[in-house]
Design a protein around this ligand. Sequence first.
Ligand code: AMP
Length: 298
Amino acid sequence: MQILNSIPELHLARRLMTGSVGLVPTMGYLHAGHMSLVDYARRENDLVIATIFVNPTQFSENEDLTTYPTDLPRDFSMLESAGVDFVFVPTPEMMYPRSFQTYVTVEQVSQGLEGAQRNGHFRGVTTVVAKLFNLTQPNIAYFGQKDAQQVVVIRRMVEDLNFPLKIAVCPIVREPDGLALSSRNIYLNPEERSAAVVLYNTIQTVNSHYFAGERHPNRLLEIANDVIKAEPLAQMSYASLSDPITLYDLDMPTEDPMLFSLAVQIGKPRLLDNCILPLSLNTRDGVTAVLGVDEKAR
Ligand code: AMP
């Protein structure tokens, strides 16, 4: 595995690459969720580029940019064992030199859900992802369903700006008790870690009512609220049932797939989780079809 520490090094390496390239962008402190993206990329491409960059422009002032967990030696050994060919690790100064003044903004789909809670977050995400796409020129870029809105926003950007690549969406990897893996789970103390299972319990409860025939978004949200309220350490940021393409909140029953998203503060971290209803769609093909496919191809 070649570690590329600068943009000129990446340019040179990219010029010498032949065959298809899969890109896995990350902020590091890798876990099995990231590695599932790497595994898909490894299977589906001739070469795999992973990137590790804690992108300052997607953090707002009150967030954890300066304390975001990092362990590059461990990340490198995980990536190397998984057969990654190149890892690009730029510094903030390389990605955002003093002269930097160009940002990419996706308008409507970046406004609700996480966008409503985190001012400027998606502008930072789309800007850095556009730069990483230009720098690595992948055939397929891999993103996790864990950040479902991020997938929808990036897919919109790819279509709108005609990036010549495909987006692959990979299902959420969970701990044995159902908690979605996240680098920020490290912030949870043991008591909070036990409480954090409430997100998955909420998903399961909502799903069982959906399975039993409940289709009214308001009723499903009431059910979700009740589960969260019963956990004293959990503070609801939002729960939403939305159209998986527009991300507009649903207010009428529908048989079309719905995106159920949840953000809950437990101790320091805000934890995110989501599922597509019906639950049978939460497979690689299902999430890619619902969240990651070009609208024109539908
Ligand atoms: P991050 O390092 O948090 O920016 O995440 C990098 C990529 O890994 C993003 O596309 C995430 O959606 C994805 N990811 C994070 N956690 C998980 C998980 N538990 N399961 C699957 N993918 C994940």
